[in-house]
Design a protein. Structure first.
Length: 330
């Protein structure tokens, strides 16, 4: 008891130390860690390390030089009569006016959208189905994932020539044996069916990457959610539609955007399978820009086509993101 003079004193007002005897705690200095009111200002006034600028600025310069500057050059040449070499003359919007009256360009856009819609729908449907199966409790799960991903790492041009042989030799022979008229001849030479090999090859290759993204999304779902659903008596379809699909909404959105973007740029499949034929029936916008812009002296004309196609892609991507993002919040 002798260690504390206050407690050993007679209880009362006299035994208690006066307020003035307590040491005063100094007010926290502005900008110190103990001052909650000034924490924001402390972090906002913190200087960024210059090393970040040394890393980002060169990257920005490279992107501008190799991406934005060529795009601006192409947009400028779309307003000229340039053939890609020699002299040229500024002609304004004449290329754009002629392009909107060109039936071949119009057919290329219609065929590109047709292929893109089919490929996007089937790729995401098949990829989501495979991802759910591969995420379930099955044997040899990792082996199946590797097998399904192999098409994505193969060159489209190389595998396209393999599919070209299949559609020209074995498949017509099978159709003749089975007595199927439309399959008895090569689809690649049939103006009404030449689109099918292009769509089939695009789906065959595109499913792999989308499956991988969906699998990544399924890994983010907590198993306890499914356990609670099982307790409530939910069946397999209710588990998928009420739990799985809403929780992988962001992955569905990015898959739809990427699938549509990739399928709108269909090029290698056309080069390997049909070459734009027969009778220009399978020409996509990318293929038309490449062949006529670099090979047929329509450089400025196809630059106008490329700028228009870029605007179409940007608008479609924006609409997709807004539409599916709104669905995610519901």
């Amino acid at each position: 008891m002798s260690g504390s003079p206050v407690l050993s004193s007679y209880p009362g007002d006299a035994a208690l130390p006066r307020t003035s005897e307590f040491p005063k705690t100094p007010a926290p200095e502005p900008g110190t860690a103990s001052s909650g009111r000034h924490r924001v200002s402390r972090f906002s006034s913190r200087k960024v390390d210059h090393a970040y600028y040394w890393m980002t600025v060169p990257a920005v310069i490279l992107v501008c030089v190799f991406l934005y500057w060529p795009f601006l050059q192409g947009a400028f040449y779309s307003l000229t009569n340039s053939q890609g070499y020699g002299s040229w003359k500024f002609i304004g919007l004449k290329n754009y006016g002629a392009m909107f009256q060109d039936a071949r360009v119009g057919h290329a856009y219609l065929f590109t959208v047709f292929v893109a819609v089919l490929v996007t729908v089937f790729v995401n449907f098949i990829a989501l189905f495979l991802a759910v199966l591969l995420d379930s409790k099955i044997a040899f799960k990792k082996g199946f994932r590797a097998i399904y991903f192999i098409p994505y790492i193969l060159s489209v041009l190389v595998i396209g020539y393999v599919f070209k042989y299949i559609f020209m030799v074995p498949l017509p022979a099978l159709g003749q044996r089975l007595g199927i008229d439309w399959m008895s001849t090569s689809m690649l030479t049939n103006p009404d069916l030449a689109w099918f090999p292009v769509v089939f090859l695009s789906i065959w290759q595109g499913v792999a990457y989308s499956t991988l993204l969906y699998l990544a999304g399924l890994q983010t779902i907590d198993a306890e959610v499914y356990e609670a659903a099982d307790i409530d008596g939910a069946n397999a379809w209710q588990r998928f539609w009420r739990i799985t699909f809403p929780l992988i909404g962001p992955f569905f959105t990015i898959n739809m955007v990427l699938s549509l973007k990739n399928s709108l740029g269909t090029f290698d499949q056309v080069v390997a399978l049909t070459g734009g034929g027969p009778d220009s029936k399978t020409e996509t916008v990318s293929y038309l820009i490449f062949t006529n812009g670099l090979g047929n002296g329509e450089y400025a004309y196809q630059m106008a086509n490329a700028v228009t196609f870029f605007v179409v892609l940007a608008v479609l991507a924006f609409v997709q993101l807004k539409f599916f993002s709104g669905r995610e919040k519901v």
